[in-house]
Design a protein around this ligand. Structure first.
Ligand code: HPA
Ligand code: ZN
Length: 333
């Protein structure tokens, strides 16, 4: 079995994917049309040509504009269902997807509309595709603490459907500590917590996510390597990093995939996982991300298997489920 064949047959869990970032231009056009919403593009090709980013903000501007065509429950269902079909192709057997309620509630779409469309797709994915999932609600960090509190309040009714809260959007200038009190309240209410940190922001933001927000995982975290003390802490605590290689390349966090640090992090004992982040915008889903690093960094079969195992270990499924997947991976070759 070569690297690519191994990647295709390995069961995987995806822990860092924004459902709004799986919005393919074809579906965006179809939904815009049925909702009679104008979008500033003439064709699918024109949309793809606009996906030329030089940093996180240049991506976010386009990403929020695309999400604006999602209005009714069926739109959210269709969006998530299209992603689950990609999961099935890539043997992603479990996924923990982010959604950004504020992107929708700020446009007058009800929280209940968003979550019921997503949940219905999650239920169908379990019954029709055998794929399990959890939902993670992210706060937009460029908005205020007060707005995050309001969003948390709205989420309480749906607590059983949301496993964790997260933090995304423009990182630099919006450190984790801005949301200390919101995250404390979320933890009190029983939510697990994650946060984007150390993507464009410094290692200091990763420390804050750990010490102030008390996260269960770090999203991205690739800049942790700049701080040896932080590296020791991540290794000692087996703190998962949900790394997104194609995203890092597209947003110029790395200049070249051959320079990506995921293999070095893995070799030093950091609990890294592979994820797609915003696959429609960054050029590929789970297996594309695996293949990109396997080829650029010449990963061994053992390293590829370790990354797949890490994904289940770092997930929020039960220990019993984790053992089931780890055994399946061990049984391959
Ligand atoms: N970083 C921050 N916010 C985001 C991202 C990301 O990679 N994707 C979608 N929202
Ligand atoms: Zn992300």
């Amino acid at each position: 079995m070569n690297q690519i064949e191994l990647i295709r047959v390995l069961p995987k869990a995806e822990l860092h994917v924004h459902i709004e970032g799986t919005f393919e231009p074809e579906l965006m056009f179809a939904i815009a049309q049925r909702n009679q919403i104008e979008i500033p593009y003439q064709s699918v090709e024109e949309v793809r040509q606009a996906y030329n980013f030089h940093n996180l903000q240049s991506f976010l501007d386009i990403y929020y504009a695309g999400a604006a065509v999602l209005v009714v429950e069926q739109d959210f269902y269709d969006l998530a269902w299209a992603y689950f079909e990609k999961c099935a192709e890539d043997k992603v057997m479990h996924t923990e997807m982010f959604f950004d309620p504020q992107t929708h509630t700020d446009r007058g779409v009800a929280f209940a509309t968003v979550i019921s469309g997503l949940q219905r797709a999650c239920d169908d994915a379990q019954t029709k595709l055998g794929i399990s999932s959890h939902l993670i609600m992210c706060f937009l960090r460029h908005l205020s603490e007060e707005a995050a509190f309001e969003t948390l309040e709205q989420a309480l009714r749906f607590k059983d459907q949301i496993i964790a809260v997260g933090l995304d959007s423009s990182e630099v200038g919006h450190p984790p500590a801005k949301f200390e009190r919101v995250f404390a309240k979320a933890r009190e209410q029983g939510f697990l917590v994650v946060a984007h940190a150390g993507e464009e922001g410094p290692a200091e933001y990763v420390w804050e996510a750990l010490d102030v927000l008390k996260v269960n995982r770090i999203d991205h975290g690739v800049r942790s390597e700049e701080d040896p003390k932080l590296m020791q802490r991540l290794i000692r605590e087996k703190m998962p990093l949900t790394v997104c290689p194609l995203s890092n390349l597209k947003l110029c966090v790395v200049d070249d995939m051959a320079q990506h640090n995921i293999r070095r992090l893995l070799q030093q004992g950091v609990h890294v996982t592979v994820n797609s982040d915003d696959p429609s915008y960054f050029g590929g889903y789970m297996n594309d991300n695996f293949i990109a690093i396997a080829e650029a960094l010449d990963l061994s079969h053992e390293e590829i298997k370790q990354l797949a195992k890490n994904s289940f270990e770092a997930s929020f499924i039960t220990d019993h489920e984790k053992q089931k997947w780890l055994k399946q991976i061990d049984a391959l070759i």
